[in-house]
Design a protein around this ligand. Structure first.
Ligand code: NOJ
Length: 568
């Protein structure tokens, strides 16, 4: 096995709460995953990434961890985890864990000790600060910096007992760990080695580009209409980030083989990502950047922006070019924080859902990089028809709604319009397995409602149907395994100014591919420069086999992949 095995791998993300419930408590669990491993093996994915399954008060659905070396009882036990890991390995797949070490839960033993007293030996494991100079502790505006938390409200929580504040970039139940303290770092590395020794194959690292903060912590920029400042300049890509990741590599990964490490990095630039993923620098294998899923976001967070295809192409083209020689891209449309891609950049109407889901899959999987499939994406699952705020469970949706209404003068409808389209709960509705009650997810009452479209969209039907999104994704994954040009080939964007078609070529040695996706509900002719020269090429895959793509005219939401030898 070479250290770049993941270049031709496809990763599948499981959000365990919403995947499969084996015991009827309405919450997915590890036994539920074990029961469905054959679905994943049939799909052909190489790696499973599990969102957090550790003990947790579940304030942020497990991204608030109270014990890093155990399993949340709602999900199972270490014994069941070992059984799952064996089942994954037996099927020739790997398993990576979510590593959430920018913050812990406020119920983690480390934090309980830290908050107990100012002279606690673990006081400095978290970011404790006194009130702003000249202000009375605990009064509005006395927070040590003006930063807002991602989930609404200030990023600081006042602690009556010791009269100081602690930092939490996310919920108040997610205090930030202080990576400046070498004991913290060693405790994290010890825990990571423990999981690798148990047999796991790597980590997806939660907001890992926020672990290094600018010291002293600086105030952020306050923009008109927002209650708190954007503090990101003080913690995104901080001054010691590269040093920490290199130390982590030496302490945890050096000398081990067959692993995969991917760092979630909101706000990362191409240049930084190149440094993080340059194999000679020994940091991590790949990063999750966000530019392409923020492409439909304008300056006003409560105003929906329509996607400009030219903008999406400029963004992804920039990432492809930036990491062409050194470093590596991860490729994703969906995860547990993003709305469903077919509802977002595709068309989830009955007429076009299947075609547009397949087209989006084609465009993504044919880029250079490692593709990630989020549970249900392989079925073309859609956003949920949310009514009012009572339908949401996500701490982010609820917190932002409260702040926008109470402090920023927004109307409920204004905020709900955006939450319905972009809210994270869209991704978190239960996996749609079959047509039985609750989509076969649970025999009880699911923690979040099942999408009512499960009679039309479910895994059981799609496994029987050769034209389903499921079987199409299976083909895309098999194609990557089979055609070296998909994993290794270079990438050239075509038609950068076209608002309707996404087109590019890939080339490796004497093989060349042409990929085109139609992002509209109309027929569109692709005006690529040497169109005629592709007339004899082999049509490797299309999502609409009946539709003609002669003279490169694409039917609504059609995708085509042509292959020819180079030079032709
Ligand atoms: C990113 C995770 O993907 C998200 O779900 C979580 O809320 C935050 N990090 C905080 O851990």
């Amino acid at each position: 096995m070479t250290e770049t095995w993941w270049k031709k791998a496809v990763v599948y993300q499981i959000y365990p709460r919403s995947f499969a419930d084996s015991d009827g408590d309405g919450m997915g669990d590890l036994r539920g995953i074990i029961d469905h491993l054959d679905h994943l093996a049939e799909l052909g994915v190489d790696v499973l990434w599990l969102s957090p399954i550790y003990p947790s008060p579940q304030d942020d659905n497990g991204y608030d961890i109270s014990d890093y070396q155990n399993i949340e009882p709602l999900f199972g036990s270490l014994e069941i985890f070992d059984e799952l890991l064996t089942g994954v390995h037996q099927r020739g797949m790997k398993l990576i864990m979510d590593l959430v070490v920018n913050h812990s839960s406020d119920e983690h033993e480390w934090f309980l000790e830290s908050r107990a007293a100012k002279d606690s030996p673990k006081r400095d494991w978290y970011w404790w600060r006194a009130a702003r100079d000249g202000m009375a502790p605990g009064t509005p505006g006395a927070e040590p910096t003006n930063w807002g938390s991602v989930f609404g409200g200030p990023a600081w929580e006042f602690d009556e007992k010791t009269g100081e504040y602690y930092l939490h970039l996310f919920s108040r139940k997610q205090p930030d760990l202080n990576w400046e303290n070498p004991e913290v770092r060693q405790a994290v590395y010890t825990m990571m080695r423990w999981w690798l020794d148990r047999g796991v194959d790597g980590f997806r690292m939660d907001v890992i580009n926020m672990i290094s903060k600018v010291v002293p912590l600086p105030d952020g920029r306050l923009s008109a209409g927002s209650a708190y400042a954007d503090g990101s300049a003080g913690f995104v890509g901080g001054p010691r980030l590269h040093e920490y990741l290199q130390e982590m590599y030496r302490e945890v990964f050096e000398g081990r083989e067959g692993l995969l490490t991917v760092g979630e990095m909101p706000g990362v630039t191409v240049d930084e990502a190149k440094l993080h993923t340059d194999p000679d620098r020994h940091e991590i294998d790949m990063v999750f950047q966000f530019d392409h899923v923020w492409a439909d976001r304008g300056p006003d967070p409560w105003l929906l922006q329509k996607l400009q295809l030219t903008n999406l192409k400029a963004i992804l083209g920039r990432w492809q070019a930036g990491l062409a020689e050194v470093g590596w891209n991860s490729l994703y449309w969906n995860n547990h924080d993003q709305p469903r891609i077919v509802s977002r950049y595709g068309d989830d109407s009955p007429e076009h859902r299947v075609a547009s889901a397949k087209m989006l899959g084609t465009v993504l999987h044919l880029h250079r990089g490692t593709p990630y499939v989020y549970q249900g994406e392989e079925l073309g699952m859609t956003n949920y028809p949310f009514g009012g705020i009572a339908d949401f469970r996500d701490i982010e949706a609820l917190g932002q709604y409260k702040q926008a209404l109470e402090l920023e003068g927004r109307t409920p409808e204004e905020v709900l319009t955006v939450l319905r389209a972009r809210g994270r709960d869209n991704a978190r509705t239960p996996m749609q397995w079959d047509t039985t009650a609750q989509a076969g997810f649970s025999t009880g009452t699911p923690w979040l409602a099942v999408n009512p479209n499960y009679p039309q969209i479910n895994a059981a039907d799609q496994r029987q149907d050769p034209d389903s999104v499921f079987h199409y994704y299976r083909q895309l994954i098999a194609l990557r395994h089979r055609e070296p040009v998909i994993a290794e080939g270079d990438f050239t964007m075509l038609l950068p100014n076209d608002e309707r078609l996404y087109a590019f070529t890939r080339r490796l040695g004497d093989t060349e591919l042409l990929v085109i996706g139609n992002f509209t509900g109309e027929s569109v002719q692709a005006e690529i420069e040497d169109a005629a020269s592709w007339s004899g090429a082999e049509l490797l895959l299309t999502n609409l086999p009946g539709a003609s793509s002669s003279a490169l005219t694409l039917a609504p939401w059609q995708a085509v992949i042509y292959k020819r030898s180079y030079p032709h």
